[in-house]
Design a binder for this molecule. Structure first.
Ligand SMILES: Cc1cc2nc3c(=O)[nH]c(=O)nc-3n(C[C@H](O)[C@H](O)[C@H](O)COP(=O)(O)OP(=O)(O)OC[C@H]3O[C@@H](n4cnc5c(N)ncnc54)[C@H](O)[C@@H]3O)c2cc1C
Length: 402
């Protein structure tokens, strides 16, 4: 008999899970507290960016990301990925092949200050994350899935310690498996099951501009700007969130970034911010995706990661294979949620004879420390051509890993 599965959250991750699970024959119900893609997904720069510096426990997932998006694209034409390639220069290190001045200007003839050398990831691209999430949900529905929007999950139904469903304002729903794909809300949901999952809500800005079409062809990532342009001319920029000061509010950053773009590109004679808003990226505290059954539960599964757009296709397929076929992928092993569980406290040693000046007893094991919240890991830190207010802390290089 096919499994009844509830997916909590209709961002790109929940939508990909719903699609892949439904395609494998599961009876899927997606519960979304707002509209499709109303969370981080709706504010994503959505670059399918597979480069990563340093040791990478999920290198096999990243390495498969492009091929899996291409597979998905052939299954769901509405995904509409633009495979433009990505040009990166300035503060590296970068991991794509190098190209030089003439090739850079061939790709981007409107660059005013073309670097001598850049890295070009020719196989990377970007998508409209909202449109892609709708396409995935429609694909899931074509396989029989049900979507309930404006239906927040309030809690879980349990029986003898097992999760048997969820509760909503309009009633309870039963399921064989409940998948937590609710982005930054996962920590609070897991907490209701007494499972601690350290997930930061990491802010970053997405800005949309109207400007002349065809100013750029690729995704450009430099210390001055991180931009790409849609076919209709809309220019998108990703920027760091700095703080809540008036001169760092989204609109103020959008105006500064517009100046930087005008300074960097020929032919930008008008550039008007249409929208600038902060998205909260669900960021596991150790930066490694959290994917797998919750410790102590074999009917509650969690799936959260950064960068979620890049990894949604490959993770969706692997998770569906794990849940439906019982085929657990080696690539998901570093992602298991059990890594956050405190080890059982050591058995206390036998009490020593009382000696007030005696040795200090061994320290008790403590849970894994949370790494400090990072506020600037989506977009590069960059200097704009506008005078930057004195308090702006934009002095460090990018830590972006989208
Ligand atoms: C400015 C910016 C730039 C980015 N750039 C990139 C990039 O270039 N490449 C990349 O790969 N990633 C990028 N990201 C990150 C990427 O967008 C996220 O990793 C991804 O969208 C996360 O998807 P998600 O489905 O896990 O979460 P979300 O999109 O947040 O979806 C979670 C959903 O769960 C719902 N929900 C929450 N609680 C409940 C509940 N109790 N009941 C029911 N539903 C609930 C929410 O309403 C939401 O719709 C960027 C993000 C931002 C903000």
């Amino acid at each position: 008999m096919s499994k009844q599965i509830i997916v909590i959250g209709a961002g790109i991750v929940g939508a990909s899970l719903a699609y892949h699970l439904a395609a494998k024959g599961a009876h899927v119900t997606v519960l979304e507290s707002g509209e499709i893609a109303c969370g981080a997904t709706g504010r994503s720069f959505a670059w399918i960016n597979t480069s990563h510096g340093g040791p990478d426990p999920v290198a096999p997932l990243r390495a498969a990301a492009i091929a899996e998006h291409r597979r998905l694209e052939s299954e769901l034409p509405g995904l509409n990925i633009r495979w433009t390639g990505a040009l990166s220069y300035g503060a590296g290190p970068f991991y794509a092949p190098s190209i030089y001045s003439a090739q850079i200007l061939d790709l981007e003839p409107n660059l005013k200050h073309s670097p001598q050398r850049a890295c070009f990831a020719a196989d990377e691209g970007a998508l409209d994350a909202v449109q892609a999430t709708h396409a995935l949900i429609a694909g899931a529905q074509a396989h029989g899935a049900t979507l309930l929007t404006h239906t927040p999950v309030l809690g879980f139904q349990t029986l003898n310690g097992a999760v048997t469903g969820v509760s909503t304002a309009t009633g309870n729903l039963i399921a064989d498996i409940v998948v937590l794909a609710a982005g930054t809300a996962i920590a609070q949901l897991a907490d209701q099951l007494n499972v601690t999952l350290p997930i930061d809500a990491s802010p970053a800005l997405l800005i949309r501009y109207t400007t002349q079409p065809h100013r750029i062809n690729t995704i450009i990532s430099s210390p001055q700007m991180e931009i790409r342009q849609d076919t209709d001319g809309t220019l998108l920029a990703a920027e760091d969130y700095i703080d809540d000061a008036l001169y760092n509010r989204p609109h103020a950053i959008a105006l500064r970034t517009a100046k930087a773009i005008e300074h960097e590109l020929h032919g930008v004679v008008s550039i008007m911010p249409q929208m600038a808003s902060v998205g909260l990226r669900p960021m596991p505290a150790d930066r490694i995706p959290i994917i797998g059954y919750l410790p102590e539960f074999n009917s509650a599964y969690v799936c959260v990661m950064h960068p979620g757009v890049t990894l949604a296709a490959v993770v969706g397929r692997l998770v569906a294979e794990e849940i439906i076929d019982g085929a657990s992928a080696a690539a998901l092993e570093p992602c298991r949620p059990a890594r956050f569980q405190s080890p059982a406290p050591p058995t206390p040693p036998p009490a020593p004879p009382i000696d007030r000046a005696g040795p200090i007893p061994p320290a008790r094991q403590t849970p894994l420390p949370r790494s400090p919240a990072r506020k600037n890991c989506s977009a590069r830190r960059r200097q704009t051509s506008m005078p930057v207010p004195v308090l702006s802390p934009r002095t460090t290089p990018s830590t972006r890993q989208d």
